[in-house]
Write a protein that binds this ligand. Structure first.
Ligand SMILES: NC(=O)c1ccc[n+]([C@@H]2O[C@H](COP(=O)([O-])OP(=O)(O)OC[C@H]3O[C@@H](n4cnc5c(N)ncnc54)[C@H](OP(=O)(O)O)[C@@H]3O)[C@@H](O)[C@H]2O)c1
Length: 207
């Protein structure tokens, strides 16, 4: 599981696997009781008193050298992973994915938020997207979105194919597959694309 520091700051906890059937399925597959929870934070500025640090889950921090330094000498994270960087100085997501694959970790669920998913869509690393439509209207021009950042030009926006629709009570679960060339290269350079902003690891995004 991978999620951004903003998501951790907003909720203070992560999602652990609690359903007995799912726990058993993990045991049957020889997996650890809980998936590794990877927090992505360039700064490493996280509240060590957050309930997340008391949850019985394995924790990794994906960060920079400066971020890792903040957690040196603590047992908060099993691993502080200094991310490889691109020439532009951002995290090199394809290299991070390759490294995970070399460690035998080929499935990754991304829980958001919008900043992290934007980077992964931009790098063309998302295979599937799950969206849940809930029956309430939050609104607000500064509301969190599933995919943040500058957005994509419509002509090069990540394309999705609907795989399934499931209704549970008042909620609707949408499951999409990303199609075509997932590396868009079509990011907008301004704050917004004029009227055609895209909606929006091998990874699955579950915002
Ligand atoms: N409805 C849902 O299902 C759902 C799910 C998740 C989140 N959310 C909402 O989303 C909001 C949080 O989202 P957010 O926009 O703050 O995004 P986020 O991706 O959760 O967090 C952003 C922070 O994560 C780190 N980060 C993300 N991408 C990075 C990258 N490519 N390279 C380096 N560091 C990166 C940075 O941490 P540092 O600042 O520490 O460097 C960045 O400031 C909250 O309001 C939350 O409620 C909703």
């Amino acid at each position: 599981m991978l999620f951004g520091a903003g998501t951790l700051r907003a909720y203070g906890t992560t999602r652990s696997v609690r359903d007995p059937g799912l726990c058993q399925a993990r045991a049957d597959r020889g997996q650890s009781p809980q998936p590794i929870q990877i927090v992505c934070s360039a700064s490493g500025e996280l509240d060590p008193t957050a309930p997340f640090f008391r949850q019985p889950v394995p924790r990794w921090l994906l960060t920079t050298a400066a971020g890792a330094q903040r957690w040196q000498g603590t047992a908060a994270f099993e691993r502080c992973w200094v991310a490889p960087l691109t020439q532009a100085g951002g995290m090199d997501w394809p290299a991070i994915w390759r490294s995970l694959a070399l460690q035998g970790r080929s499935r990754l669920a991304v829980l958001g938020g919008g900043q992290l998913t934007a980077a992964l869509f931009g790098a063309g690393l998302v295979d599937e997207l799950w969206l849940t439509v809930c029956p309430l209207v939050l609104g607000g021009s500064r509301a969190a979105t599933p995919v943040d950042g500058a957005g994509f030009w419509a002509s090069q926006a990540p394309r999705l194919q609907l795989l399934s629709v499931e209704q549970r009570g008042q909620e609707v679960f949408l499951h999409y597959q990303c199609t075509g060339d997932r590396r868009t290269g079509g990011r907008c350079t301004g704050d917004r694309c004029p009227g055609d902003r895209g909606t929006g690891g091998r990874s699955k995004v579950i915002p």
